[in-house]
Design a binder for this molecule. Structure first.
Ligand code: ZN
Ligand code: ZN
Length: 363
């Protein structure tokens, strides 16, 4: 496969201004691969870094965002013998420096040299170039082979599933028979429902305010939908768990109300996993946490190789991310894609951009 010298890419020129233009196709280093991008999903992190620069983000005019993507290996560095040109792959965003205290213990998504390219750290789509382009460079440690049965669009969502699985691994991982409450039917919440069911949780509750999203939750396996405009979620979960509370609450809304609710509906010694990031400081009932021995866990990114486990779950058919991919746009219409995602036009959940849609090379 011959790669062209120039490629089309969406360059971030200034806050919220993405311009699709021709740039040099990047060249892989000795341990890198060049990926021809088939699908790159828009994430709420993209919306926030478009509006306000991310820590360590390259200067405007020199930065291609996009961190959730999949594609085909088009070229590789001389030391890469783990993959072949033509392999279909999905990626994870984080590549740790490998030398800080956290990386040396395997916690590369919490790299202490985050944003320091000269120390070896990369976070494609955040601090190094990402996938809203026809081609992108990835270190070999950040790619995962995907079987033919997994489509590129759903494969571009594996960082989301990887993040949920990383969270579940962090809290102990064993969910068989557990009562799990998920707050917030956004992409991570819906994927949390799917992952909990795949890991044989007992009853899974999904809490939200939008009926259409709750219906998607039902379609992907939630056992009990709670519309918080119509029912009191804390009361429902308490009642339906024999007045005990949920074994695990996954908070994915990032709202102050969601965090308060999570603490209130977790059982004594229950666990709370925070997947949503609140914009502002939140006051919460720490007395309930302390007196009832509840634990709050946080996760940063999709660590411990959980994107590989995510591919495995997808390939097994136990988790299906296809229902979450509601819209797709060619690269030239990326602005329209962002608008659709931001304003949830047409019930948008995940919107993907296909940078090579006009090219014949990719299915
Ligand atoms: Zn993301
Ligand atoms: Zn590090």
């Amino acid at each position: 496969m011959k790669t062209p010298e120039k490629m089309k890419a969406a360059d971030l020129l200034s806050p919220n201004v993405l311009s699709v233009r021709e740039v040099e196709t990047p060249q892989p280093g000795p341990a890198d691969v060049l990926i021809q991008v088939a699908s790159c999903a828009i994430c709420s992190s993209d919306v926030s870094l478009l509006a306000q620069p991310w820590p360590g983000q390259p200067p405007y005019g020199e930065f291609i965002p996009g961190h959730e993507y999949s594609g085909v290996i088009a070229a590789k560095g001389e030391t890469v013998d783990e993959f072949r040109v033509g392999d279909r792959v999905a990626v994870e965003a984080h590549f740790g420096c490998g030398r800080c205290r956290n990386c040396r213990r395997g916690n590369y998504t919490s790299c202490l040299n985050y944003g320091k390219r000269e120390k070896g750290h990369r976070a494609n789509g955040f601090t190094t170039n990402g996938g809203f382009a026809q081609y992108v460079i990835n270190h070999v440690n950040t790619i995962y082979p995907i079987p033919d049965s997994v489509g590129f669009a759903e494969a571009s969502l594996i960082t989301n599933l990887g993040c949920v699985l990383y969270g579940l691994e962090t809290i102990g991982g064993y969910l068989v028979g557990d009562q799990v409450a998920v707050i917030g039917p956004g992409p991570l919440g819906l994927i949390s429902v799917e992952a909990a069911k795949a890991l044989c949780a007992g009853k899974v509750y999904l809490i939200g305010t939008r009926a259409s999203r709750l219906q998607v939750g039902a379609a992907v396996g939630a056992d009990r939908l709670i519309d918080s405009n119509r029912e009191d979620p804390v009361q429902v979960v308490r009642e339906e768990t024999g007045n005990i509370g949920a074994d695990l609450v996954i908070e994915s809304s990032g709202s102050a109300q969601g965090i308060k609710m999570a603490i209130a509906m977790a059982r004594r010694m229950g666990k709370i996993l925070l997947l949503g990031f609140p914009d502002d400081p939140v006051s919460a009932d720490f007395a309930s946490l302390a007196k009832d021995n509840k634990a709050i866990y946080t996760v940063r990114g999709e660590g411990w190789g959980n994107c590989g486990r995510a591919v495995s779950l997808l390939a097994s058919g136990k988790v299906d991310l296809k229902p979450l991919v509601t819209h797709s746009f060619p690269l030239a219409e990326i602005e329209e894609g962002f608008k659709t995602f931001r304003e949830r036009i047409g019930g948008a959940i995940k919107v993907v951009v296909k940078p090579n849609d006009d090219d014949a090379g990719i299915p």
